[in-house]
Design a protein around this ligand. Structure first.
Ligand SMILES: [Zn+2]
Length: 399
């Protein structure tokens, strides 16, 4: 599934105009006026910006309502209301994880994402339905996007007996990452929850990516317990904390010691840059050497109506939420949605350079900052040297 392609007249990161030669799925040369090897496909870049493939580092492919009739949301205000509402109505609403994950994956690819980390629900009502469905999409759509799965106990791990055994089954089936969720406020047993998910990580030799919505002091307490276990179990560089709203607390005495330890243990942070919640300070985290990635989270699902899988728009949200105005700051926002995400997902050969995998996106624009705020829908997406999307049309048809 690798291809060869010569991209003429493109501007990597809006720099000087060059050609990019991709052979056998890898970028082999980046230079002006490259001689076209015999028989190679040539694509005229028209002086457009070339960026490495966008990285969707946190979403939920199994639960999107993309392509379904509009869902009238009347769900209650608590996190548990949303969790229970979704689990109880998934079958009735015909949210088939295989079909829905395929639809969202195609949409992501159209928008320029070449890699997706998807949390996938594991619960006692639906068992492996989500995991098996998203795995089918992962295997069936490899030509347009790479997907990795996080086994995610969305309904809680200990409050619904049997879930831990299902998490174990999901890891056996081949989920790449262990997930977790709000150990204090959902399971009301932080020690029990964290010991269980870390034990799964140890048993399968896999990383952890835990949802931590808990705000303020409670979130800081949970984060401290995650840090404690990361250190004790030698899992430096193997843990991601998603959302981490507690880091948005405007109290240096609370968050600075946490940031210091996150950096020391190379614990990554995922933020969607939410408009309505406290959010981790992206610039401060990056300056501390912490890997920071971003994602769409749920896209048009029973939790909320928002989202279009555009990680360039997400870069704009990162900019808006963090008061990034300068061009060099907007470049940081793009990094969060590209290279930083790749570091969090540990993607081998990622980047826009000779020797890297030929995953990239072309789009019109004068500078990177302008491309982020304009978000042109006229994008061309290349996956392993093959043009897989052009101006909103994919080579794959949505089911
Ligand atoms: Zn999530």
């Amino acid at each position: 599934m690798t291809a060869s392609l010569l991209l003429r007249n493109v501007r990597p990161y809006a720099g000087a105009t060059i050609d990019i030669l991709i052979e056998g799925g890898r970028i082999t040369r980046m230079a002006p006026d490259i001689q076209a090897p015999a028989g190679i496909t040539v694509e005229e870049g028209r002086g457009e910006i070339a960026l490495p493939g966008l990285v969707e580092a946190h979403t939920h492919l199994d639960k999107s309502l993309w392509g379904q009739p509009w869902y009238v949301n009347e769900v209650g205000p608590r996190l548990l209301d949303k969790i229970d509402n979704e689990r109880e109505n998934k079958k009735r609403l015909d949210i088939d994880p295989a079909r829905q994950s395929a639809r969202q994956s195609i949409q992501s690819s159209l928008m320029g994402s070449t890699h997706i980390r998807s949390h996938v629900d594991v619960d006692t009502e639906h068992g492996m339905w989500g995991i098996e469905g998203v795995m089918r999409t992962r295997d069936g759509y490899r030509d347009i996007v790479d997907i990795e799965l996080v086994a995610f106990p969305q309904s809680g791990l200990l409050r619904r007996p049997g879930t831990l055994e299902l998490m174990d089954e999901a890891m056996k089936l081949g989920a790449e990452i262990v997930g977790g969720l709000d150990p204090c406020t959902i399971d009301r047993d932080p020690k029990g929850h964290l010991d269980a998910v870390f034990e799964l990580c140890q048993r399968y030799g896999k990383p952890l990516d835990i949802h931590l919505h808990e705000p303020g002091e409670v979130g800081a307490f949970s984060m401290d317990m995650i840090i404690e276990r990361t250190r004790a179990l030698g899992m430096k560089g193997k843990v991601t904390i998603s959302h981490a709203f507690c880091l948005g607390t405007p109290d240096p005495a609370l968050i600075d010691p946490l940031i210091e330890q996150l950096a020391e243990l190379d614990i990554a942070i995922m933020t969607t840059a939410p408009a309505s919640r406290p959010a981790p300070p992206v610039k401060k985290l990056l300056a501390a050497g912490i890997r920071v990635c971003s994602g769409s989270d749920g896209i048009r699902d029973t939790w909320g109506p928002y989202g279009n899988a555009d990680m360039l728009e997400r870069a704009m949200f990162v900019g808006l939420r963090n008061n990034l105005r300068r061009d060099d700051e907007l470049r940081l926002a793009l990094d969060v949605c590209t290279t930083e995400g790749a570091k969090v997902m540990d993607l081998a050969g990622y980047g826009l350079g000779e020797g890297c995998v030929g995953d990239l996106v072309l789009l019109p624009g004068e500078t990177v900052a302008e491309a982020i705020v304009t978000r042109s829908p006229k994008r061309r997406v290349v996956k392993r040297g093959k043009l897989v999307a052009r101006d909103g049309v994919s080579i794959r048809t949505a089911p």
